[in-house]
Design a protein around this ligand. Structure first.
Ligand code: ASP
Length: 360
């Protein structure tokens, strides 16, 4: 029998596996992420603020008695509209110089799920993913056929040029010049943060995929994830984010998860489902971590496994069925924000941004 990895053991990445969490149950809760990567110190607050705005959008849904499914969709849509993140507007370009968008959503109530992959320009791929879930007997639609489906369902195709930011073009040219496909960065130069529409002057390797997990007051959980994938990815490449079990997973019996990071590794390990399966039974290997909360224990366990087995980095967010939250990452940063009924009780209900807790 092999010895289980110690999630607290130092790894050879810049930062060891690490987590931040709210281990107490909460009537409703939401946690969003803005991508695992390496956002510069100067830029991290802009990314955190984007996460806070998205968490607040989802929290309003939950506080009004709305569903976890609506909350994660609205939160991810807010991040898709924010050009700082690699999803929707601001997403990266593939090797043909086009948007190829991936998204998924899953409802823990009945294991309903939908996804789109290699989708051309649409403002909210996560909304199309939800439509796949609700209007078809299928789980995943791809490419131009997915676009035709979306239009038939009433979505408008976007003009690609209106969704591609100067930052995305600059990064694409740089990746082409280097002849590589690389992890996306958020728009994190000082000048880009000050003026998001201006071209970037520096290339980085930070994260930028977005995701959300939530539990609602009726005890249902949901997860959603959206991304442009990797800069200069081979045209046709599909990552983990639209794939149920890899990028998103939700089951009311256990919890919900959204992942970010090296998509190929997450696909190989079915990372989102691995995290939820760890919550489901006594599959959690680390008793010491249980005291920190099952959600963070599950997150740490699977992100450590990914690094140990495949040497790849990333991060994930988890909500357990009781509303407790957890996250873990092996990258230098993963911006996040959360909001819970517990926090709201002590705060000015109108000041949603302050109600949110957040970090990187
Ligand atoms: N997981 C995404 C992909 O591989 C990228 C990311 O999360 O940064 O497409």
């Amino acid at each position: 029998m092999s010895t289980p990895p110690n999630p607290n053991a130092p790894t050879d990445v810049a930062d060891p596996v690490t987590g931040s969490w709210h281990s107490e149950p909460s009537r409703w809760s939401i946690l969003v992420h803005g991508g695992a990567g390496d956002v510069s110190a100067e830029a991290v607050s802009a990314h955190v603020k984007g996460c806070e705005r998205a968490a607040a959008v989802g929290a309003k849904v939950l506080a009004a008695g709305g569903s976890a499914l609506d909350a994660v969709q609205r939160a991810v849509e807010a991040l898709e509209s924010d050009p700082l993140f690699n999803a929707g507007t601001g997403a990266c370009l593939d090797s043909d110089g086009h948007l190829s968008l991936d998204a998924s959503i899953m409802d823990g109530d009945g294991l309903r799920a939908g996804g789109v992959c290699a989708l051309p320009a649409f403002e909210h791929p996560v909304a199309v993913a939800r439509c796949v879930m609700e209007s078809t007997p299928h789980v995943l639609l791809a490419g131009e056929a997915a676009a035709r489906f979306a239009v038939a369902e009433g979505f408008s195709r976007a003009e690609e040029g209106t969704m591609v930011t100067p930052a995305a073009r600059t990064k694409w040219h740089a990746a082409r010049a280097r002849g590589v496909a690389e992890n996306w960065a958020g728009d994190d130069t000082e000048d880009a943060v000050a003026a998001p529409t201006q071209p970037r002057t520096k290339i980085d390797t930070s994260g930028g995929t977005v995701g959300a997990v939530a539990r609602d007051a009726n005890g249902h959980v949901a997860a959603a994830t959206s991304t442009g994938g990797m800069v200069n990815k081979l045209a046709g490449r599909v990552g983990d984010s639209p794939v149920v079990g890899a990028g998103s997973y939700a089951d009311d019996e256990a919890g919900a998860c959204s992942t970010t990071g090296h998509g190929e590794a997450m696909l190989k390990l079915g990372l989102a489902k691995a995290a939820i399966d760890a919550l489901r039974t006594d599959a959690l290997q680390f008793d010491a971590l249980r005291t920190a909360g099952a959600a963070v224990a599950a997150a740490r366990q699977v992100i450590a496994l990914m690094h140990r087995r495949l040497g790849q980095t990333g991060g994930l967010i988890v909500v357990a069925a009781d509303g407790s939250l957890g996250l873990a990452r092996t990258t230098r940063t993963m911006t996040w924000a959360s909001c819970r009924a517990n926090d709201l009780a002590q705060a000015n209900e109108l000041d949603w941004a302050e109600v949110c807790q957040s970090g990187s």
